[in-house]
Design a protein around this ligand. Sequence first.
Ligand SMILES: [Zn+2]
Length: 137
Amino acid sequence: MKCKRCGAEIIRIGTMGGPVVCWASPITYWRVRGKHARELYTPNGETVHGDMTGDLQKAVGIGYLPHTCHQLPVIFKGRDSWSRPVYEDPSGRLLVDVDPRKDRKPDICTKQGNTFDGEPCDPVEGDFDFIPCRDTW
Ligand SMILES: [Zn+2]
């Protein structure tokens, strides 16, 4: 279903505390309670905490991130051949921060052909929620 307020693809998950609106795309998580751990909901409504990046072999399952309108969660995937940080949004779109200097605002663009080492393509405006955090130079 789509969020009535912002149009994003969402799902409703029934939890002990009532229904929670989450981003529709399942996210792999690792059961690590580090400082960047986030709260996720499993498909059957449990709340779990964990990191959203790590060694795939060690991932413990999938969960759903709570949806906040007009904020786009982007998960860090690594650095491209130009050493620029690459992120993935809930729709599977790859995004690159072409100005990852710590004292600058992120300058986010799509990737040509949605490939990891593709050239930056179109600029994307938004309120980004960098997971686990913004990767900077
Ligand atoms: Zn929304």
